[in-house]
Design a protein around this ligand. Structure first.
Ligand code: NAP
Length: 310
């Protein structure tokens, strides 16, 4: 009967309790201030766990990220040397695809203007820019990026993607990879969607240097991590017309502080890290499955490659 700690320094992990009871009833759960003896903990399910805590669990055998990303774990220099797993969930990809389609359509079709006109009872149609004339680039062609690319192609957008290594792309998707093809990829992105993992290579990638390589007046959608974006560079790129608009779901500081300039800028749409979410049932199921893999000695293939960083 495994003992599992549910750990977070920012979220109330009690929302996972019922799902674990249903999906993994034999697990003994520990959370909050009531972790008991740390030497009894076999596995930890984490969303931004308190730094240093995992290293104090001498018999920890498995770390399960409660999210698709693992940057909230690898940022802890004391992370113990045990297998780390992340959530891979098609339902989560649908959530992300619907958010990204909304963000692209909202700006490309000037929906904010129409909503403001409707408030004022103004009837003012504009010429429609067909989606085939609008290039959307997805930086990060993984589980989530591919789902977004497919959904956007179904709406008729001209979609391209960028990954670290060559990928077999579905028909109609123009695929680029590596640093050598980055600028060619960026040159066709009227909207750029960031769905990269946060690693030393991608931190601060959404900078002035990158904005200068996009078509002038592009729209930036950041659904990756806040630290992908150099915030000051975004504001100056909007002022200079390099970018026309930004839709941001993730921020270095969350919640975004009330006085932050992004809240007050009509060119920037802010959402509170809601692009998609992991279902508690999936977290409980995947934790159980990964512990099972560990017991059977075949966890390595499913675990995150920490040397790669995502
Ligand atoms: P994934 O399956 O691991 O895919 C990551 C993609 O990024 C891969 O295509 C990878 O290339 C590419 N990549 C990594 N480093 C790169 C680099 N240096 N240059 C170019 N491409 C690079 O990840 P995922 O499950 O799709 O999730 C992506 C990210 O979405 C997560 O890490 C997280 O930050 C974010 N996220 C946000 C929310 C939200 O609600 N806002 C929710 C969930 C996840 P290869 O194909 O060559 O490996």
């Amino acid at each position: 009967m495994p003992t599992i700690a549910l750990l977070s320094s920012v979220a109330d992990m009690r929302h996972l309790h019922q799902a674990f009871q249903e999906e993994f009833p034999e697990a003994r759960l520990r959370m909050g201030d009531d972790l008991g003896a740390l030497c009894e903990i076999d596995a930890a399910v984490c969303w931004r766990p308190p730094p240093g805590l995992l290293a104090r669990m001498p018999n920890l055998a498995l770390i399960q990220s409660a999210a698709a990303g693992i940057d909230h774990l690898t940022s802890d220099p004391t992370l113990p040397d045990v297998p780390v797993f992340r959530i891979i969930d098609p339902a989560m990809a649908f959530g992300m695809a619907s958010y990204v389609c909304w963000a692209v359509v909202h700006r490309q079709r000037a929906m904010a203007d129409y909503l403001a006109h409707a408030q004022a009872h103004v009837w003012k149609p504009r010429r429609l820019e067909p989606p085939q004339q609008h290039g959307v680039g997805i930086a990060g062609l993984g589980t989530l990026g591919l789902a977004c690319a497919q959904a956007l192609m179904a709406l008729g957008y001209r979609v391209r993607g960028w990954s670290r290594t060559p990928r077999s792309a579905p028909a109609g998707l123009q695929a680029f990879h590596g640093d050598a093809q980055r600028d060619q990829f960026l040159s066709g992105c009227d909207t750029l969607v960031c769905l990269l993992p946060l690693t030393p290579e991608t931190m601060g990638i959404l900078s002035r240097d990158l904005f200068e390589r996009l078509p002038r007046g592009a729209h930036l959608v950041n659904v990756g991590r806040g630290a992908h974006l150099v915030e000051a560079d975004l504001l100056s790129a909007l002022d200079d017309g390099l970018l026309r608009a930004a839709t941001l779901d993730t921020f270095v500081e969350e919640p975004l502080p009330p006085a932050h300039p992004f809240w007050h800028d009509p060119r920037i749409t802010v959402t509170p890290h809601i692009a998609t979410a992991t279902s508690p049932v999936v977290i409980a199921r995947q934790t159980r499955l990964n512990l099972e893999r560990l017991r059977q000695g075949n966890a390595q293939a499913a675990a995150v490659d920490l040397k790669r960083g995502y």
